[in-house]
Design a protein around this ligand. Structure first.
Ligand code: NOJ
Length: 774
């Protein structure tokens, strides 16, 4: 066919020829996709015809035998029998090819129709090779690296039998009290949308039926990150404009990237729990956004609607199916009640059939009907997990995720000649390297900072002491240690621990203290009202400061912390988050300048819990605070500035970057004419380094009050010492759009301000006009 086309094209000019060929090839790809969809639909239609009502309902259940970490109190019973009876569509919480093979064999060989199961897992930031927590990873602002992390996680997870991940978590959060802030990418919808896309692409690749790509599940739909007071599972309430503008975009971005499944959230949205919210699951998700995949509830979220006040299990099961839920995680409300609800005409046969169809189509896309054991290969599991290559990637990504917040007198990078006292409860603590939601990672395989630093300095040049417990509070420790010991209160007294550290510190040239949160101080059901590092560690830092040696603090944390005091005491401050398997190596690379830090925050660090919510894209108010100091009758606090301690986009390097004046290609943007915004960036410091250049917009006069700044673009560049480069962004009218009071997404004519800079606070700016086409 191609030859025929080529010969009939020989009379056309070359440009025309290439155009026709491209068009032709796109047509073929499109045709293939259509045929595939048709084949899938035909297959599923035929299968549905063979299925009994019970078997259709059976597919709508995700169960867990409970052999792994649970995130709720309910565990599924008689799972094997239920599989054989065709009452199960998917399993999660079982790991490893052997167990997974056994379960798949039951489904395929023992159930009447032999429909294969999905095997889900929380593959959140890596699988066995654990990468930094998502909030940490987000600090690298590099979508290629983020996508690759998901690709690698899918490769490992699929090698171990998993074909469905409950990730990405894209809940926007402006409240660091919420422990699950660790799992998302921060406070900004534009940035969060980019990450959402990258993650979905990474997990699902370009062909779901390959044995190393897996289904992705975007969660938690919706608004989970806005729970009141930062308390997990709490109520959310916000205007539709805020939802559409600031909270929904990342979910939509995942849908646009082709995510196969969506998980509902635990909270209510406008009074109705998300799992039974028809507006959310049908009007928005399906009708407005065109989502074609399936929707799964969160862990017993269906049952929990009863506690929300929506009636008994039967009632809420009807509510959920009517709303558009396809699969019930663990709760078994669907399994127990759908048949009766149908008899009572509270739901329809078509609804059950529709949900079942969506699930079967996803199984088809994974290639499970062709080969149910496609993802179960013991040989792969032995070869592809925790490879040297994966660990190397994890190390580099963890270094890229570190954010340098302060570096007085250039105390960093360290010198190999420096005699170092390494102090702190997190300096040599394998149990806290991986961070929250690392269910498949092995803490014992992780590298501590002490181990990492030893690659750079001889034993003679480094000494180590714990110095303090992560916390001395036994009740707090008990709460944190629910799933295993993370806060290990030492048999030595706090005084003795401190004394040992002070002796070492006195004999060193520099003190490096590794402090912060235990890994389970953030994550699910790990909200905090106090965002300071625990008092035991504060005492340690104060005492170390008194020694009078340069004090370098490295934070391990799952959320923004209140670091006002630490920032005053420390000479240098690095946020390393919970950095995963290679934490210690990566931190050592950063401290010794093997990697020049380039990470920037994607979340504001408050000065004080009372400032929360504090975020960069706030609105001006009618009485904006012009100055940092208090002014009566302006929007201020009596006792604290409005600004965070470290703002969105902030992060330093060992080198220094200068930003030139902004240049605009023209002063007017129209539907048909874009504007190019350029800025010269120069590396004027002493190291080669990477810089993340951020572009923000402000629409000062509009039909609704708009934020003082909104991120609309970013670029990461590498500049050698002494090098300069012009960085150019292209703005289109798409970048000017927002949701108005009618929830129409549009741009309004008028003046705009564009900002370009190294963070959201210190930018160069220029103005332009949006007007009609000439
Ligand atoms: C509850 C969590 O909210 C969700 O994120 C997770 O995927 C499920 N449990 C399954 O572990």
């Amino acid at each position: 066919m191609i030859q025929d086309l080529m010969s009939s094209l020989r009379f056309f000019p070359i440009t025309m020829r290439s155009f026709i060929i491209c068009f032709f090839l796109i047509g073929i790809v499109h045709m293939h996709a259509q045929t595939d969809t048709k084949k899938k639909e035909m297959f599923v239609r035929k299968l549905l015809k063979k299925m009994t009502l019970d078997e259709k309902i059976g597919q709508l259940n995700l169960l867990t035998p409970g052999s792994e970490i649970l995130t709720g109190s309910v565990v599924s019973k008689d799972v094997e029998l239920k599989i054989i009876q065709g009452n199960v569509g998917a399993l999660f919480g079982i790991h490893g090819p052997e167990k997974i093979r056994k379960a798949q064999e039951l489904a395929v060989n023992k159930s009447r129709l032999g429909i294969p199961l999905f095997f889900g897992s929380d593959v959140i930031h890596g699988y066995q090779t654990v990468f930094p927590i998502p909030l940490g990873m987000a600090s690298c602002w590099d979508m290629e690296w983020i996508e690759k992390s998901a690709r690698m996680a899918a490769q490992e997870a699929s090698a171990n039998g998993v074909n469905w991940t409950f990730s990405p978590m894209v809940d926007i959060c402006r409240d660091p009290r919420w422990g699950r802030i660790a799992e998302g990418s921060g406070e900004d919808a534009f940035y969060g949308s980019r990450v959402a896309k990258a993650m979905v692409r990474g997990y699902q690749g370009d062909d779901l039926s390959k044995n190393n790509t897996i289904l992705s599940c975007v969660k938690h739909f919706a608004l989970y990150g806005a729970s009141e007071g930062g308390r997990d599972y709490n109520t959310t309430d916000m205007s539709k404009i805020r939802m559409y503008q600031d909270y929904l975009p990342p979910y939509k971005a995942a849908i646009d990237a082709g995510v196969s499944s969506v998980m509902t959230s635990f909270n209510d949205v406008d009074g109705i729990p998300a799992t039974g919210n028809r507006w959310l699951l049908t009007d928005v998700l399906r009708n407005q956004w065109g989502f074609k995949g399936f929707v799964v509830s969160d862990y017993t979220a269906l049952n929990e609607m009863s506690e929300h006040g929506m009636g008994d299990l039967k009632n809420v099961s009807a509510l959920a199916l009517n709303a558009g839920l396809d699969m019930d995680m663990v709760g078994e409300g669907f399994l127990i009640h759908l048949k009766n609800l149908l008899a009572e005409k509270k739901i329809t046969k078509q609804q059950i059939e529709q949900a079942c169809k969506r699930i079967l189509e996803a199984k088809y896309s994974l290639g499970l009907f062709e080969d149910p054991f496609r993802y179960i290969d013991e040989a792969r599991a032995a070869k592809e997990l925790m490879t040297t290559e994966n660990r190397k990637f994890a190390r580099e990504l963890a270094a890229r995720s570190c954010v340098l917040l302060k570096n007085e007198n250039n105390f960093l990078p360290l010198n190999r000649k420096d005699k170092i006292a390494l102090i702190g409860p997190l300096a040599n603590n394998k149990n806290n390297m991986l961070g929250t939601w690392a269910v498949s990672g092995d803490p014992q395989q992780s590298i501590t900072v002490l181990e990492g630093l030893k690659q750079y300095c001889s034993a003679r040049m480094i000494s180590y002491a714990k110095g303090a417990n992560i916390s001395d509070d036994t009740t707090f420790a008990k709460n944190v240690n629910f799933n295993g010991v993370r806060i290990d209160i030492d048999s030595k007294s706090p005084e003795q621990l401190l004394e040992e550290a002070l002796v070492l510190a006195a004999g060193a040239d520099k003190i490096v203290a590794i402090i912060g949160e235990a890994s389970e101080m953030s994550g699910e059901s790990a909200s905090r009202t106090n965002l300071e590092i625990p008092e035991s560690q504060k005492k340690l830092i104060r005492a170390l400061k008194k020694i009078g040696k340069p004090l370098i603090l490295v934070l391990m944390n799952g959320r923004p912390l209140v670091l006002k005091e630490e920032n005053e005491l420390a000479d240098a401050l690095v946020v390393s988050w919970h950095a995963g398997t290679e934490a210690g190596n990566a931190i050592a690379d950063v401290l010794f300048g093997q990697y020049n830090p380039s990470g920037k925050l994607t979340i504001s660090f408050p000065r004080n819990v009372g400032q929360i919510p504090v975020y960069y894209n706030y609105k001006n108010t009618g009485r904006p605070a012009a100055k940092i100091e208090f002014e009566k009758f302006k929007s201020h606090y009596l006792d604290e500035s409005n600004l965070p301690l470290f703002s969105f986009g902030f992060g330093l390097s060992y080198t220094k970057f200068d930003y030139g004046e902004l240049k605009l290609s023209q002063k007017v943007i129209t539907q048909s004419k874009n504007i190019k915004v350029s800025c010269k960036i120069s590396n004027v410091g002493n190291f080669d380094g990477e810089e993340i250049i951020q572009l923000y917009l402000r629409d000062p006069v509009a039909s609704i009050s708009r934020p003082v700044k909104e991120l609309k673009g970013f670029q990461k560049i590498h500049l050698k010492k002494g090098e300069s480069r012009d960085v150019t962004f292209t703005l289109t009218t798409e970048d000017l759009k927002f949701f108005n009071t009618q929830l129409e997404y549009l741009a309004e004519y008028g003046e705009f301000i564009v900002f370009v800079g190294p963070n959201s606070e210190s930018c160069r700016e220029a103005k332009f006009i949006f007007g009609p086409n000439d």
